[in-house]
Design a protein around this ligand. Structure first.
Ligand code: MG
Length: 510
């Protein structure tokens, strides 16, 4: 079957089908960039770094040029006038392209190139600064990056707050006001629940299994069996090893995930795999008719993260999942002898306020995001200077979680995001955790028996529900529209509050 035939049934309007054909080279470039990105983070020899960076920069320029080609822009403009005669996929295609063209064309070439150059260097500088805990080395880069982000916001435009322009890049339609409202809804519940949980002691702050070492080949086997259990299609995906776990989609038929092996405290690698599975499943279950078009990817980072958190937390850290997976774990991990399912559940759900975001548990995670949101917003509006960030970070961490980072490595230097220019990204993690809980409640009200399915290792109805309500649409609808359509109402943080209180305050034993 020719490539063009795949989406023929969906993109039937002449302007839409012309667009799909015309921009397919852009998809081809993105496919190549994804493969290069995967390779760069998994198997590429160190010697390849410099040339890969050149190749990547060239392809990005080419992609931008193709997108901003006047004939392409004109075609999209014409299509926009015809959207009333188009189906939802065609309208989605026009929306996505119009948005991409707006973003790319509002940023001048010099700004794009300077940002690419500064962030490329900054990531390398940040890596060294982090390992030595030296903020002063990273400071000039962060200053440049914040300045460039503020310039970007001015070029992109916004209605109320310059940070809105940056948030929108990662989550279409997100604003500072919406993020503030979101945190206002969830922080009181999190604070109260955290206090009660720490007072009760059922969820431990430390567990002996944290110190137990595992053999990497054995754990790799466990991870693969868990993936098979929850339904990872091996003929359409891979599991590899990288420094930081990630998911990358080359297309609907090839989605790759990674994990890492630290050799101790096996829950980290196991839950990284379950998390990435959630991201992968989203990409794998997009409607085949959208293949090789701009609609064939998850719609936003927040919705994407809702899928990974759903599998990691809502499914993976539940008593029912522990029951479902424990025979498999016991078969391979001899050191689990003497630990009951309940002990395993407690180990998987350690609650311990700490300084590091990626080590945070379900209860403390959003405190880390709130801190970053507050600092980013103030940096972009200019009420906080880069100089003042390390101290602001440490004080806020102490105020929120009662822990003060011992050094900048476990404080302001811990995340890669800022060095890569990603300011406005963090709030999407909170959107993800909140939506994940909402999906659970929606599933329960529409279908019911969620945890019975999990307990009986019957994950197909869950995958099918996610496919039907969210995955199959790809980027067809704006995030807010997709949520309303798929979950029957807009994002509602009250489901998350309910989930948190039910899980942590009404403990049900496995
Ligand atoms: Mg993720």
């Amino acid at each position: 079957m020719a490539v063009g035939d795949v989406s023929r049934g969906v993109f039937v309007h002449p302007l839409a089908s012309e667009i799909v054909e015309r921009i397919r080279p852009i998809w081809g470039i993105e496919h190549a960039l994804s493969l290069m990105g995967w390779d760069g983070r998994t198997y590429m020899p160190r010697g390849g770094v410099e040339e890969r960076a050149i190749a990547r920069a060239e392809l990005l320029v080419l992609r931008r040029r193709l997108l901003l080609n006047p004939e392409t822009v004109k075609l999209v403009e014409n299509a926009e006038e015809a959207v009333d005669d188009m189906n939802e996929f065609e309208r989605g295609l026009v929306r996505v392209l119009k948005r991409n063209i707006r973003i790319e064309s509002s940023l001048p070439d010099e700004l794009v190139y300077e940002r690419a150059k500064v962030t490329e260097e900054a990531v390398a500088v940040w890596e060294n600064a982090k390992s030595s805990g030296n903020f002063a080395a990273f400071k000039p880069y962060l200053e440049r990056i914040v300045e460039l982000a503020r310039k970007m916001a001015e070029h992109l435009g916004y209605e109320e707050h310059p940070y809105d322009a940056l948030l929108d890049l990662f989550e279409e339609g997100l604003t500072t006001k919406k993020v503030e409202a979101l945190f206002n809804s969830i922080m009181p519940t999190l604070k109260l629940t955290l206090e009660k949980v720490r007072a009760s002691g059922y969820y431990p702050e430390r567990h002996p299994l944290e110190d137990v070492e595992y053999q990497v080949p054995v754990m790799d086997k466990v991870n693969r069996e868990v993936l098979s259990l929850i339904g990872f299609p091996w003929e359409r995906g891979r599991l590899d090893v990288s420094a930081h776990p990630f998911t990358i989609s080359l297309g609907i038929g090839d989605v790759r995930i990674t994990t890492r092996y630290e050799g101790v405290d096996f829950r980290h690698t196991l839950y990284a795999v379950i998390h990435e599975f959630g991201h992968a499943l989203y990409e794998l279950q997009i409607d085949e008719a959208l293949k090789a078009t701009p609609l064939a990817s998850g719609v936003s980072l927040g919705v994407h993260e809702s899928q990974s958190r759903f599998w990691e937390n809502i499914v993976g850290r539940s008593p029912a999942f522990v029951e479902a997976v424990s025979p498999l774990l016991r078969k391979h991990l001899g050191f689990l002898e003497g630990y009951s399912d309940e002990e395993l559940y407690r180990y998987f759900n350690i609650v311990r306020p700490g300084p590091i975001r990626v080590e945070a548990d379900e209860l403390t995670y959003n405190f880390h995001i709130y801190l970053r949101f507050k600092i980013e917003k103030e940096l972009i509006e200019g009420s906080l200077k880069v100089d003042e960030v390390p101290e602001a970070w440490n004080s806020l961490m102490e105020e929120l979680l009662g822990v003060r980072p011992k050094n900048y490595k476990e404080g302001v230097l811990q995340d890669i995001h800022w060095s890569s220019g990603a300011i406005g990204y963090f709030p999407t993690y909170t959107i993800g955790t909140v939506l994940a809980a909402q999906i659970l409640y929606r599933y329960e009200s529409v279908k019911g028996g969620f945890y019975d399915s999990v307990r009986s290792r019957d994950f197909a109805p869950i995958r099918e529900y996610l496919r039907e309500s969210i995955h199959r649409w790809g980027s067809t609808f704006k995030p807010e529209e997709l949520i309303e359509k798929g979950l029957g109402e807009p994002m509602n943080p009250e489901y998350y509050n309910r989930y948190i209180m039910r899980k942590f305050l009404e403990v049900k034993l496995p």
